[in-house]
Each structure stands twice: as structure tokens, then as C-alpha cells.
Design a protein around this ligand. Sequence first.
Ligand code: LCS
Length: 394
Amino acid sequence: MSKKHKHFETAVIHEGYDSKEMLGSLTTPLFQTSTYTFDSAQQGERRFAGEEEGYVYSRIGNPTVTVLEERIAKLENGERGLAFGSGMAAVSAVLIALTKAGDHIVCSSGLYGCTFGLLTMMKDKYNISHDFSTMESKEEIRSLIRPETSLIYVETPINPTMKLIDLQLVAEVAKEYGIPVVVDNTFSTPYLQRPLELGADVVVHSATKYIGGHGDVVAGLVVGKKDFLDSVAMTTQKDIGGVMSPFDAWLLIRGLKTLAIRLDRHCDNAERVFEKLRKHPKVANAYYPGDGRHPDYPIKEKQMKRGGGLISFEIKGTKADAQAMLNKLSFLKLAVSLGDAETLIQHPATMTHAVVPEESRNKMGITDQLIRLSVGLEAWEDIWEDLEQALDQV
Ligand code: LCS
């Protein structure tokens, strides 16, 4: 196996893969197979018993997927990685593994819409309740923890409000109670933020976003301690079965190689577009964690390398004005998802967070005027020109 690489930019290209083991193939081969042959019935028995290493069936493991799992584990500085068929498959595998009927979850006061939907379903079906916390102080988190609280779940930056949570502070409280902290690191990726180094126990990703980076795959990843991920691998991954296809792993291995350079460009573009956007007369508020005026900027300075590629902003006016602006865009893409080469723009209240009831949306800060912008890799001047002409027409 390859040695541990010191620099992130090298690790995204080399970790978890040794070409000498693969007939010298420079790129990771695509093992597009569902199953694996045994030399004898006894070998099959030993493999199923876990007495001999080797692949048995691609829901339980695949060599292409293994390379990706080892690479993401190294990048997040965790012990083991696991790959899933979507970000939600990853989130649900972790949440189901860590809870039983009657348990309780403390979560950040903003979450991706489908994560909110999953928590609502778990409450309705299994009486697993949850409370939202701003996580602004230790006292506030402590006040919500009950004997049956089995985990703390955090998104930071929060989709789509771009508020931040202090991960070290949350991890310190969780340690007092001996409960794990799960962090959705989709918006930052390990290039900008490494929650496990700040005391979190598990990291989840929608790899659909920056990790893939090219808008051509839906996928999820989990990283954490070996014992916990071994148990997830044998339960909520193997038996619920939301695994990643080998081809999707192959695409993600390719995407990851440029993660660092892509993210630097996403950040450069977002910083420049934000400076213009915040001054536009039709924009009431604009939120970017890399901006020194952002209320959570001190948290950004503590735990994020840069501010990321996402901006959200509120239009002066109504929902109709926000929709009118989106309809006036020329080449920027009106679409959900984020982290792609193309700049993507969407209306959270009616799209990604439409499943969140209006009252909860308002509490989270998702107003009808809020627009989320995933700044792409195009020339920033072109991105701004399109946004400006659309805003001018509102
Ligand atoms: N976590 C976060 C923070 C997300 O933004 C998403 C998807 C997921 C988990 C789920 O990942 P998936 O299953 O889609 O791979 N977020 C989306 C968004 O903001 N627009 O479209 C999807």
C-alpha cells in the first residue's frame, strides 16, 4: 500500500492506490463486476467467515470502491471510509446505526431539506425525536441533551443560510456526555475543513457535490473510527444496501484529483462575486463565510481554510421578485445541487428546502427572498455580469 502523503494536493492524487498492484495501470481500473469467483468451496466458506481477505460480492466490497474509501479516509484523517449510492444513503446509514427507537438527537438549527425529512420520518416511525440548537454556547447545547440523546448532528456551513457552527465547542460538550458528533462536511470538503481533527467522530458527505465536482454522479461517503465503520459496513451498509457503484467510484477518484485546485478557484470566484453582490442595490443581505463581516467569521478563521464556493443572498422584494431574477439569468444554470464547474443557482424555499414546513424554514432563516448561489469555475467577471443584468431587471 502507498505511504501516507504529507500534502493534501498529493494525497488526493495518490492515496489508496498503488499502480504496481494493478499491472502498472496509471489510473485506477474500473472493476465493473457484481461478484467474484472462488477457487474452491472452502475458500468461499473462509471468505464469508471473514477468515480470509478477499472480495465476495460488490454490495460488500469492490476494488475500485475500496480505493476511493481509503483515499477519503486519509483526506479526512480518519481510520476508515465507506462509500454509498448517495449522500442521503450515507446520512441515513449513520443515523440509523447510531440510534434505536426512543432515542433523541440534537442537531444544528439548519439542515439540508432531505436530512430534515429523514429526521421527521425517524420521529414519526421510531419515536426518535430531535431538537434544533444554534450551538452558539456550551450551555445551550447542554440544556438540550437528555439521557436518551444518542448523538449530535451538525452541518457547517449550514445549507443554505451559510451560518457556521464551532465544531470544537460542540465536540467538547459531546465528550462530557460520551456521545458522538456527526458532521456533514459536504460544503467544505476535507480541503477546507477537517471535522475529525476538531474532535468530531464521524464525517458524512454528499460526494455528488465538490468531491465529484463535475455534476455527473450522485454519491455519498462516510469517514470515522474503524470500529464504528466496521459495524456500519456489516449492518446499515450491507443490509440496507445503499452502496456505491464501481463506475461512480471511478468518476469520484478522477474528480478528487483536482479537488484542491478546483476549490481554490471556487473560493477565488466566490470572494470576487460576493464583493459585487453585497453592494448591488437590489440585494438586501448577502452571506459568505469568507467575508470578514459575516457574524460567524471568527469560527471560519478557527476551522476553515477558506470560505468555500457558496453564497446566499436575499433580494429586496418578494418571492415573485426572487423568481423573476432567476428567470432573467442568461447562462448561469437554474438548478439544485452545488459544487460543479457550472455556476448553479436555486431558490431554497421552493426547491432544496421545500419539504421543510414554512414555520421551521423561517426559524432556520430560509426566507422566500433567499437565493443560493454555487459559484462555478467560469471567469468570475462573466458570472457577475449575468447576475448583475438579472438583478438590474428585478
Ligand atoms: N448533505 C448536504 C449538506 C447536502 O447539501 C445534500 C444534498 C445531501 C447531504 C444529500 O446528498 P445527495 O443524496 O443528494 O447526494 N444537497 C442538495 C442541494 O443542496 N441541492 O440539491 C441536492
